[in-house]
Each structure stands twice: as structure tokens, then as C-alpha cells.
Ligand binder design. Structure first.
Ligand code: ARG
Length: 470
């Protein structure tokens, strides 16, 4: 039995006479970051070893030695005793070298009918599948917080904006449920990414398949994949699963960023719509009055990283010929960072929102500012007086101009002033100029009326949280 393997070159046998240049080692080694794949790598190797023995490619005794060795390595890594060596390039060679060091000859048989190309593709798919499941659970928890808030604020009015100009009054619950829909689509994107990516590359070997009588169905099944990948060249070349994850993550990060931006804006003294929990804000070392929404700002800012990692991997892959190229090793750091970032932002957003308190009086006062019920006035002329909408729009615009001249709100115009604008503007119109009336009237499907919002809350619980409903 030979001594411990000191470099990847020894594993390759006699082909290389010289050592890797130190700079080669630095540019080539990935173990510094791909050690995160250790659990997936062990899982894949266990499945491979069992299959090799079942097909008579290695003996049962070798299989047992391999499985025991892999278990021992798992303990070494868990307990921080494993030495990751950059000379052994990546996590795959580090584990294989250690296995051989521990169990000798049998360790050298594990790599039969396998290449690092199908091995790394398998490990990465397993890892991404875990990341998808974590994102899904965090998104669900965030939706639960939003749905609870939406229920509490189903009838609380606030200004709705377009162009960030006061547009029409809406209910706060309705506004929050908009995000529930966005995060619901994110969950769906992750779920569809999972469906597409849950196929097993193992057994593709370097790129062409293998001459050994392997059982790809068995390894796919043991690893929880739906099926083996159909084409061995595709199996080792494809990184769509990483792109799928990153695109879903980037879109989700953009949604989080938009929500964070609203919280930043709403938390200013000028808006004063929301008070963020102190635990998610910071003070200023010079301005004693400041309470800065740092967590929300960072959620907004970190979306840039997630988007960047998607663009980076697209760029890495765009010129690559089939099959494997080492460029593909560049898939890892960005992917890991995107997942870490997204998971942190999802958790922080849920916690920050959970502790946020809305200033309902401020929201109500702001809801009517900027003549937000001008559309209601026009709609009243259409409904009650049979005025064509375009003409009614013009009359309402004149009423707004009059109110602006007087520096008052629409419902503060005198009867005579209204009549002077148009004789059909009878005092009864005043009824529709209040913000509560306005939101209560918007009962169309998907509209902002409190009755609709309460229905939407119940529907969202059934659709997204699997609660109640039928
Ligand atoms: N560390 C490599 C990666 O992450 C593993 C695959 C290496 N394959 C090879 N033929 N050198 O992509």
C-alpha cells in the first residue's frame, strides 16, 4: 500500500513529470469554495459504490470498505478534523485521496465508471435542489407574514401611487397582497426549476458514457432524482439548472428590493407610513434623531449581487463548446453567494416586516391628499348623470384645478363652486369623494375594496399556505 496522495498529479499516474506551478495551483484549485459540496459528494459516492457492487463491478467487500471509509470522512469533516488540501484541487479529489489513505486499494476502485465531470454535475444538482427547497420554505414564511398583515389591514386606507404620484386610495391589505402574488410566482419559478433540474448526470462519465454495465436508474433513484439524464454529453455540459436557480433567485431578489425600497421610503419622516422595528434599524453617530432602515437598504442593495451572479454565469457559459470545460468550475462561488444572499434577504425581510408597525392615521390622511378621488367624481357623473367618461374626466379635471387654486381638497369645494364647474355636479356627488367610499366601491375582481381583500386573504391562505379553503 502506497503512502498518502500529495497532489492531484499522483492520482493521474505517470503522465505528468513535473509539479504544478504555484500559480497554476492558485488558479486551478477550487477546494477553498467547493468544499461546501462535501455532503453531496459523499452522497453521490455512496450511491455509486452501491451500484458498482450490485452490478458486480466491485466486490461487496470493497463496497463495504468504501462506505465505511466515506462515513469516517463525513465525521472528520463534521468535526473539523479533515484537512482540505489545495494541491488536491477540489473536494472530489480531496475526498478520494483521503479515502484511499484510509482504506487503501478499495478506495482506488471507487472512481470506476465515473469521471469528475459527471460527479461534479451530480453534486451541484443535489446542492441546488437543497437551495431551491430552502428558498421555497423561506418564501412561504414571508408570504405568511404578509398575509397576516394584509388581513389586519384589509380596510385601512392609504394612497395608491402611479409614477410615485398619489393616484387613487387603496387599502393597505391590498397593497401587501400584491407582494404575496409576486412571491407566489417566485415559488412557482423555483418549483419549475426543481422539476427541470431533478435529473441525474451520474454515469455519463467523462462525456461519452462507460463500457461498464452500470445501472443509471438505480443511482438516479437512490439520489432522489426523477430519472437519469438522457444524453451523456448534455449531462456533463449542462448548467441550466444553475441558471434556472439564479434566474428565479434574481427575479425574487428584485421583488424583495422593490418591497425594501417601499419600506425605506415609507419609513422617512416625510412619508411616515411605517415604523420599522428598532432591531432592524441603526442610528447615526452624528445625527441623534436618525433611525436608518439599514436592513431594508441592504436587502435592496444585495439584489445587485444576485443579479450579477446570474449575468456572470450566463457569460461564462455562452461561448463554451461541448462537453466539459474548466470554465464551468466558475459556476460555484456565484451560485453559493447568490443562495446565501437570497436566503438572508428572505429571512431578514420576513422578520423586519413582522415587527413593522404601520401608522394608520398618517396613511389615512395621506390617502386623500392629491385629489385621489377625482376618478370617483368622474365615475359618479358617468353612473348617475349618464355623462360620457371622456367628458366626465374633463369636468373632474376642472374641479381639481379649482381645488388647487383654493388650496383645498375636492370635498371641501362649496356647492356653488361645484355647480359653477358643471351644473350636473350636485351636492350628492360629495358622497363619493371620501376615501373610504372610494375604496369600498372598487369591488371588481382583484380590486381594492375591503370585501375583496378579505376574500383575497382567504384565497391566498388556501393557495399559498395550504390552509382552509376548498
Ligand atoms: N472542480 C471541477 C469543477 O468544479 C471538477 C470537474 C473537473 N473535471 C476535470 N475534468 N478536470 O468543475
Amino acid at each position: 500500500m502506497s503512502g498518502p496522495t500529495k497532489s492531484a498529479r499522483e492520482l493521474w499516474g505517470g503522465h505528468f513529470a513535473t509539479d504544478a506551478a504555484p500559480l497554476m495551483e492558485r488558479i486551478n484549485a477550487s477546494v477553498g469554495f467547493d468544499k461546501r459540496l462535501w455532503a453531496e459528494d459523499l452522497r453521490g459516492s455512496r450511491a455509486h459504490a452501491r451500484m458498482l457492487a450490485d452490478r458486480g463491478i466491485v466486490s461487496a467487500a470493497d463496497r463495504d470498505a468504501i462506505l465505511a471509509g466515506l462515513d469516517a470522512i463525513a465525521r472528520e469533516i463534521e468535526e473539523g478534523r479533515f484537512v482540505f488540501d489545495p494541491k488536491l484541487e477540489d473536494i472530489h479529489l480531496n475526498i478520494e485521496a483521503r479515502l484511499t489513505e484510509r482504506i487503501g486499494e478499495a478506495g482506488r476502485r471507487l472512481h470506476t465508471a465515473r469521471s469528475r465531470n459527471d460527479q461534479v454535475a451530480t453534486d451541484m444538482r443535489l446542492w441546488v435542489r437543497g437551495a431551491i427547497d430552502r428558498a421555497e420554505a423561506l418564501l412561504r414564511a414571508l408570504q405568511a407574514v404578509l398575509i397576516d398583515k394584509a388581513e389586519r389591514h384589509a380596510a385601512d386606507v392609504m394612497p395608491g401611487f402611479t409614477h410615485l404620484q398619489a393616484a387613487q386610495p387603496v387599502t393597505l391589505g391590498h397593497h401587501l397582497l400584491a407582494y404575496v402574488e409576486m412571491f407566489g410566482r417566485d415559488r412557482d419559478r423555483f418549483a419549475s426549476a426543481r422539476r427541470r433540474s431533478n435529473e441525474c448526470p451520474l454515469g455519463a462519465a467523462a462525456l461519452a458514457g462507460t463500457s461498464f454495465p452500470i445501472d443509471r436508474e438505480a443511482t438516479a433513484r437512490e439520489l432522489g432524482f426523477d430519472r437519469p439524464m438522457a444524453n451523456s454529453i448534455d449531462a456533463v455540459s449542462d448548467r441550466d439548472f444553475a441558471l434556472d436557480y439564479l434566474s428565479a433567485a434574481a427575479i425574487c431578489a428584485v421583488h424583495l428590493s422593490r418591497l425594501a425600497e417601499e419600506l425605506v421610503l415609507w419609513a422617512t419622516p416625510q412619508f411616515g407610513f411605517v415604523v420599522l422595528p428598532e432591531a432592524f434599524t441603526s442610528g447615526s453617530s452624528i445625527m441623534p434623531q436618525k433611525r436608518n432602515p439599514d436592513a431594508a437598504e441592504l436587502v435592496r442593495g444585495k439584489s445587485g449581487r444576485v443579479i450579477g451572479h446570474l449575468v456572470a454565469l450566463l457569460t461564462v457559459l455562452k461561448g463554451l463548446p461541448l462537453a466539459y470545460s474548466k470554465d464551468m468550475q466558475e459556476d460555484k462561488e456565484g451560485l453559493f453567494d447568490a443562495a446565501d444572499t437570497l436566503e438572508l434577504c428572505l429571512a431578514a425581510t420576513a422578520a423586519m416586516l413582522d415587527g413593522a408597525r404601520f401608522d394608520l392615521a398618517r396613511l389615512r390622511a395621506a390617502a386623500g391628499l392629491g385629489h385621489t378621488t377625482a376618478t370617483d367624481l368622474a365615475d359618479w357623473l358617468v353612473r348617475v348623470k349618464g355623462v360620457p367618461f371622456r367628458e366626465a374626466h374633463g369636468i373632474a379635471a376642472r374641479a381639481v384645478r379649482r381645488a388647487e387654486e383654493r388650496g383645498c381638497q375636492l370635498d371641501e369645494l362649496e356647492d356653488a363652486e361645484l355647480a359653477a364647474i358643471d351644473p350636473r355636479l350636485e351636492p350628492a356627488v360629495r358622497e363619493v369623494l371620501g376615501v373610504d367610499r372610494s375604496v369600498a366601491s372598487r369591488t371588481s375582481l382583484g380590486g381594492t375594496a375591503p370585501v375583496r381583500v378579505r376574500e383575497a386573504v382567504a384565497a391566498a391562505r388556501a393557495r399559498f399556505l395550504g390552509e382552509g379553503g376548498s
